[in-house]
Design a protein around this ligand. Structure first.
Ligand code: SIN
Length: 294
């Protein structure tokens, strides 16, 4: 099934006036599915505010059966912030701000490791809006994990210690994984390794004020100011901790499904467990410089 079969009506004639949003939690940890909204139509301020509140509460939100043009997709992302110029991933129809994530029997997929998007940036993206256009008949799900819960479940003493630490992040591992694959964007053929950046190990969310664990196995290289072996052991322990199933939700895509996630308090992972085609359209949203516990 392709996304164009879902709703043939033009987005121009549809509206969300008096939208009656229904929010259903998908797991105790995080994630909610929202119905009663048409993302292919203009999203008015009241509807956007309800969507934004749901994202702040549930950290990742999902929608089904959406017929959302590229223009509406970008417009929705812009309500959250500035879309990221898509340099590393292939462009969708040549659009600088829309990325194509496509697998066709690949042995590697773009999100196939636990990560928070681009923590190799000084100001990593705040989130993304991902639309599924085509999904395998089995597999191709995405898992999300709650980094508030990962932090909150640690012992008080360890939390106080982590609150003081800073870690170095870079894209050397990502560059290695993607070298020579179809996932390397037009603007950065070799996916060059950029300079390392530093982020607090515990991030304070700029909207909710909650503390979230902010290290991930794709980009975090070492914890600064401690001996290398201590950094290695601490990171290994934290990486295993963030993968605890209790912190997760798993989303099964269908054509027309949309996910919006908040990178400031989540990680995600897209298992490479399929060989049939999978095709997603993605707009990433710029974020701010992470602030730690003061
Ligand atoms: C991503 O990591 O942004 C992609 C997730 C996915 O393809 O499900």
């Amino acid at each position: 099934m392709s996304v164009s079969m879902i709703n043939a009506q033009s987005g121009e004639n549809r509206s969300n006036d008096n939208a009656d949003l229904q929010i259903r939690r998908l797991s105790p940890a995080l994630g909610a599915e929202i119905s009663g909204v048409d993302l292919g139509a203009f999203v008015d301020d009241a509807t956007f505010s309800a969507i934004h509140d749901a994202l702040m509460e549930h950290q990742v939100i999902f929608f089904r059966d959406q017929d959302m043009s590229v223009e509406r997709h970008l417009e929705l992302a812009k309500r959250f912030g500035t879309p990221t110029y898509s340099k590393k991933l292939p462009k969708y129809d040549g659009n600088d701000y829309v990325s194509l994530i496509q697998s066709n029997g690949s042995t590697i997929n773009v999100g196939g490791r636990w990560h928070t998007d681009n923590t190799d940036f000084k100001a990593p993206p705040m989130g993304a809006v991902l639309l599924c256009e085509e999904t395998p008949s089995l597999g191709g799900d995405t898992l999300f994990a709650n980094m508030y819960a990962a932090y909150d479940s640690l012992s008080e003493g360890l939390r106080r210690h982590l609150d003081t630490l800073v870690a170095q992040h870079d894209n050397s591992l990502v560059a290695l994984r993607f070298a020579g694959t179809e996932f390397v964007g037009d603007g950065d053929k070799g996916m060059s390794v950029g300079p390392a950046v530093e982020h607090p190990v515990v991030r304070v969310h700029p909207v909710t004020g909650r503390r979230a664990l902010y290290v991930n196995s794709s980009y975090t290289r070492r914890i600064l100011g401690v001996p290398p072996t201590e950094s290695e052991h601490l990171l290994n322990m934290l990486m295993a901790h963030v993968m605890t199933p209790d912190f997760q939700v798993r989303f099964e895509w269908q054509p027309g499904s949309v996910a919006i996630w908040d990178n400031r308090c989540t990680q995600h992972y897209a298992p490479n467990d399929y060989t049939e085609p999978r095709r997603m359209r993605r707009v990433q949203i710029d974020g701010d410089v992470p602030v730690g516990v003061s």
